[in-house]
Ligand binder design. Structure first.
Ligand code: CP
Length: 302
């Protein structure tokens, strides 16, 4: 994986994805190692982030590397009208790898085409979030002991939720069954469903979470992505479509784990946090180990 880009989850084969997860297990046991002392990593966040940026920066710090970058493009020369191409070509001169989040779908692919250092996509608009996918896979494997043959229930904004898009594509390699719970306006895009069909796997669509919650192995809640709506009235109509409450978990499977890429708004009540089936904060922690593994593999130190 040395010097490779990670723009789409399909940039890595199933075997390569599993290699990342295996190395992440090693970093979970021993997260602080002097592997990246010679390396400078750039984090360019054109959109807000807490977990992705800070877990990448934590991963770099734990491995002894240095970080440059910005958390708000308004503090960079983008504000003066600099193009994405010129920004990437410049930052590639100052760093060995660029982690980028950008609101425009396809921006990470474009960046990878003009950069002479590897690009890791930390989320490009409503398209994909492949490093989140790897940490989601890590968490699913950690909690279920396998990635194969699971009942995955996705809930919420399946149209704009990029984490759902890339995780669905990845889990198509593991014979999972997909249960898609969303308002009619926020269904999973056909461009993602086609991956399920291509593998002859099954998906079912619902508007009522109660129809399927008791059959879930993984309940993957998502936020309605307000920032992707062009009309605020449309957002208001769907914003509280699903709110998971503790008593809704009474008859769920013993092995069920509740995941959420976070941040949450209202879609999981705080009374769920103490339920042993809630796993979303551990999921966020796993982001450090998975991103350590990715950096080590792409920079060729592992
Ligand atoms: N899961 C995720 O991408 O969170 P942030 O937006 O806080 O990075």
């Amino acid at each position: 994986m040395k010097n490779r880009n990670l723009v789409s989850i399909n940039d890595f084969t199933k075997e390569e994805q599993l290699q990342v997860l295996k190395l992440a297990e090693e970093f979970e046991k021993n997260p602080t190692q002097s592997l990246l002392e010679k390396y400078v990593i750039a984090t360019l966040f054109f959109e807000p982030s807490t977990r992705t940026r800070l877990s990448f920066e934590s991963a770099v710090s734990r491995l002894g590397g240095k970080i440059v970058g910005f958390t708000d493009s308004a503090s960079s020369s983008v504000k003066k009208g600099e193009s994405l191409k010129d920004t990437i070509k410049t930052v590639a001169n100052y760093s060995d790898l660029i982690v980028m989040r950008h609101p425009m779908e396809g921006s990470a692919r474009w960046a990878s085409e003009v950069s002479n250092v590897p690009i890791i996509n930390a989320g490009d608009g409503a398209n994909q979030h492949p490093t989140q996918t790897l940490l989601d896979m890590y968490t699913i494997k950690q909690t279920q002991g396998t990635l194969d043959n699971l009942n995955i229930v996705f809930v919420g904004d399946l149209k704009y939720g990029r984490t759902v898009h890339s995780l669905t594509i990845a889990l198509c390699n593991f014979n999972c069954t997909f249960h898609l719970v969303s308002p009619p306006e926020l269904k999973l895009p056909s461009s993602v469903k086609i991956h399920i069909k291509d593998k002859n796997l099954k998906y079912y669509q619902y508007t009522d979470l109660n129809e399927i919650i008791n059959d879930a192995d993984i309940l993957y809640m998502t936020r309605i992505q307000r920032e992707r709506f062009s009309d605020p009235i449309e957002y208001e109509k769907v914003k509280n479509s699903y709110i998971l409450k503790n008593d809704m978990l009474d008859n769920t499977r013993d092995n069920l784990k509740i995941l959420h890429p976070l941040p949450r708004v209202n879609e999981i009540n705080e009374d769920v946090d103490d339920n042993h089936k809630a796993h979303y904060f551990q999921q966020a922690l796993n982001g450090v180990y998975v991103r350590e593994a990715l950096l080590a593999l792409i920079l060729g130190v592992k």
